[in-house]
Design a protein around this ligand. Structure first.
Ligand SMILES: O=C(O)C(=O)C[C@H](O)[C@@H](O)CO
Length: 266
């Protein structure tokens, strides 16, 4: 059973950590920290199919759910990532109910969908050692779609209501850019759009989530009803933690005048 998916169905909070180091060693370390889920980022992390496979294998020894973000919403990519054993997917830049329905179909075998059958050689079925994989796969798969553009925001309710969509993730960085606030996801207009989307998704009976590395904002989103919230990233822990350690031992320990420039989330 996909405990992460079940938790979203039951409305239970799932706290996650973003993995963009594209490394099975660090994924295994983070999987032992106690997060409910780890996001393996195949969109912005330097990941490819074989590397994501290694991270799935590294995380599989823990109860933490690996949620794999594909580079793009594509039926061929979905087939490949499901076949290597990813069972919780995050698809970026979804902008319509029609797109959502086609992504759902790509996760389902015929006649309900269009997923190609290759379980005999796929890790997903443990090479057919899981005898009922073809029958059980659909209920095990958790499909999370990302809205992060004006079009996606406008179609949020229809996307969330689409049968087979288990949750909707709101992308603060791209949404900020789409709303004219590049690098400033904390802008009041962006935050208002995020809270409105959380409510829209809740009203559609689905789980909402996002990446919020600012603790106060993450807590506010959880209080507003978001359930799957990533509260940090492996890259940030390493980059900011290593910088802080250097500063602690420099002669001039003063913090930098300007915080590191990035996409503004952390
Ligand atoms: O647009 C966003 O925000 C996201 O997609 C989530 C994170 O920012 C991720 O892309 C890492 O920057």
């Amino acid at each position: 059973m996909n405990a992460f998916k079940q938790a979203l169905v039951e409305g239970r909070r799932q706290i996650g950590l973003w993995q963009a180091l594209a490394n099975p060693y660090t994924a295994e370390i983070c999987a032992g920290a106690g997060f409910d889920w780890l996001l393996i980022d195949g969109e912005h992390g330097p990941n490819d199919l074989p590397l994501v496979l290694q991270q799935l294998q590294a995380v599989s020894a823990s109860p933490t759910e690996a949620v794999v973000r594909l580079p793009w919403g594509d039926a061929v990519l979905i087939k490949q990532y499901l076949d290597i054993g990813a069972r919780s997917l995050l698809i970026p830049m979804v902008e319509s109910a029609a797109q959502a329905a086609s992504l759902v179909a790509a996760c389902r075998y015929p006649p309900r969908g269009t997923r190609g059958v290759g379980s005999a050689v796929g890790r997903a079925s443990r090479w057919n050692r899981a005898p009922n994989y073809l029958r059980d796969a659909e209920q095990e798969i958790c499909l999370l779609l990302q809205i992060e553009s004006v079009e996606g925001l406008n179609a949020c309710a229809e996307i969330a209501r689409t049968d087979g969509v288990d949750g909707v993730f709101i992308g603060p960085s791209d949404l900020a850019a789409a709303l004219g606030h590049l690098g400033n996801p904390g802008h009041p207009e962006v935050r208002s759009a995020i809270f409105s989307a959380i409510e829209t998704i809740r009203a559609a009976g689905k789980a909402s989530g996002l990446l919020a590395a600012d603790e106060q904002f993450a807590r506010t989103c959880l209080s507003a009803g978001a359930s799957f919230v990533a509260v940090g990233t492996d890259v940030t822990i390493l980059a900011r933690g290593s910088e802080a350690l250097v500063r602690a031992f420099r002669d001039d320990p003063a913090p930098p005048a300007d915080p590191p420039q990035g996409d503004g989330i952390y």
